[in-house]
Design a protein around this ligand. Structure first.
Ligand code: C2O
Ligand code: CU
Ligand code: CU
Length: 517
């Protein structure tokens, strides 16, 4: 692989940046002076790995990808409707080439030739009409991950859009649905490949009465994974990828390798972060800073949770955090993914390495701090469940997975069958689900159509009650862990539930829930 260093001129700042230096570890920043006190509550999303020693002076290897470019804003999907309250647009699933490595071009599969896909930015109450044009040579769908849309509009594997075909997705976003969501393909067996080749985008539903002050500048961070061969191509999954879930050799933020985000001393920023990788667990930390968690998948928490040193973001999860730079901050800090052991076989990388994701550079102009309100959202407790469900995750040898994989990944001992109904729920009934992971790997559990409230997590016989009421559609179930949540489905029809390691989903670690009257 070509490891030359070369000079790059940043698009926004015009600053010369030497590749290989943009993500310098260690974070020369002074710890922020305005940092909140230690949390009254433990993190809402507690780290689940055993403590791993972090090499203190780990220097990231020189990257053949350009690093140190200014963090690009996401390209917005333009609204073509003139009618107030209607958002209309087209997403075209198409191949597109981009130059990532020097002297090589990389063909991605994309939405609208963008990696990541365009930002869909809408309001509660809006009616969304998005036409999908499939110019790929495989069937695809658009799944609106986390949104309460009707089942027939949700891009399920049972509703594929054939190559060359077009379909319209239409839904109205209810009041109360403000949050950070995303969209990605969900065709039977091809989801993993379409996502690792580039198809995923952020979707924000905004409230007209957002309690977070507008003076707290918003930044959007879509974290994706990319594996490139020396010739610039994106290689197919190996048997090991099908088993463990694919991790790339580059972790990108808004499509850029280790970009630079600027913050003023004293300034607070609201970061919405999406883990759009197929299988990588992001144990996020920001050197010299703590983070204040304000939101999860389905919207804001009741109140801010300050003082977090790290936040674990499993594949498909989203968080909103507030980051504040100290008034005397100088230099830069690094947003990084700390080592996390998710229990795969023969996985060397992420279980032992700290990966720099983004450089947070302090400008010289100080900004006055803006306080967060202590009350953010009125999340109603779903209350006492009137029925229960129990699901078991397991994996077995010798079942012949895709791509020569040796393992099968099962829910309740079964592999996905689109023609089978695995579970039935009554509409509007509060249920308690228990997800037990009997395998030696972590699996992020995801349920379509609604948001749930995690109640507790049990590991090695020790049960931890969830410290904060939060809306989630994805929850990590660590190896041999049991997670309990309460949930209600408000619409009739079929819903998917699955592991969001997309290689596991694509090989059948998925089931069908039918919601009946
Ligand atoms: Cu994000 Cu069924 O998936
Ligand atoms: Cu989903
Ligand atoms: Cu899994």
């Amino acid at each position: 692989m070509d490891r030359r260093r070369f000079i790059v001129f940043g698009a926004a700042g015009g600053i010369a940046v030497l590749t290989g230096c943009g993500g310098g570890a260690g974070g020369g920043g002074t710890p922020p002076t305005g940092t909140a006190p230690p949390p009254a509550n433990p993190p809402a999303n507690p780290p689940v790995s055993p403590p791993v020693a972090i090499p203190p002076t780990a220097t990231p290897p020189v990257s053949p990808l350009t690093v140190g470019q200014p963090l690009a804003d996401l390209v917005r999907l333009a609204n073509t409707s003139a009618t107030p309250g209607v958002f209309a647009a087209t997403l075209t699933a198409q191949r597109a080439s981009k130059s990532m490595l020097p002297d090589a071009s990389t063909e991605f599969w994309t939405y609208n030739a963008l990696v990541p896909g365009p930002l869909i930015d809408v309001f509660e109450g809006d009616t969304v009409r998005i036409r999908l044009e499939n110019r790929l040579s495989q069937e695809t769908t658009v799944h609106w991950h986390g949104l309460p849309v009707p089942p027939e509009q949700d891009g399920n594997p049972m509703d594929p859009v054939a190559p060359g075909a077009t379909r319209l997705y239409e839904f109205t976003l209810p009041v109360g649905s403000a949050g950070t969501y995303w969209y990605h393909p969900h065709p039977h067996e091809f989801t993993a490949e379409q996502v690792f080749r580039g198809m995923a985008g952020l979707l924000i539903v905004r409230s007209r009465t957002d309690p977070v002050p507008a003076a707290i500048e918003e930044k959007l961070l879509v974290i994706s994974d990319l594996r490139l061969a020396a010739d610039g191509s994106i290689p197919a999954n190996t048997a090991m990828d099908w088993q463990n879930g694919r991790e790339g050799n580059y972790v990108l933020v808004n499509g850029l390798h280790r970009p630079v985000l600027t913050i003023n001393p004293g300034q607070s920023q609201r970061w919405r972060i999406l883990n759009a990788t197929n299988a990588r667990y992001l144990r996020l930390s920001l050197t010299g800073h703590t983070m204040t968690l304000i939101g999860t998948d389905g919207g804001l928490l009741r109140s801010p949770v300050p003082g977090l040193d790290e936040i674990l973001l499993a594949p498909a999860e989203r968080v909103e955090v507030v980051v504040t730079a100290g008034l005397s901050a100088q230099g830069s800090a690094v947003l990084q993914a700390l080592p996390y052991n998710r229990g795969g076989m023969g996985m060397m990388g992420s279980a032992s390495t700290t990966i720099p994701l983004l450089t947070l550079a302090y400008s010289s102009a100080a900004t006055a701090a803006v306080a967060l309100p202590s009350a953010l959202n009125s999340i109603a407790d779903l209350g006492v469940p009137t029925t229960t469900k129990r699901l078991v995750f397991s994996s077995g040898m010798g079942m012949g997975g895709m791509g020569g994989g040796m393992m099968s990944f099962l829910i309740d001992g079964k592999s996905f069958d689109p023609a089978r109904i695995d579970l039935t729920s009554r509409v509007n009934e509060v249920e308690q689900w228990t997800i037990e992971n009997r395998s030696s790997m972590d699996h992020p559990f995801h349920l379509h159509g609604t948001q749930f409230q995690v109640v507790s997590r049990t590991r090695s016989g020790v049960t931890a009650t969830e410290p904060n009421l939060a809306w989630r559609d994805t929850v990590n179930v660590a190896a041999f862990e049991t997670v309990v949540f309460n949930v209600v489905q408000h619409q009739l029809g079929k819903r998917m539930y699955h592991c969001h390691i997309l290689e596991h989903e694509s090989q059948g670690m998925m089931g069908v829930l039918e919601v009946v009257a």
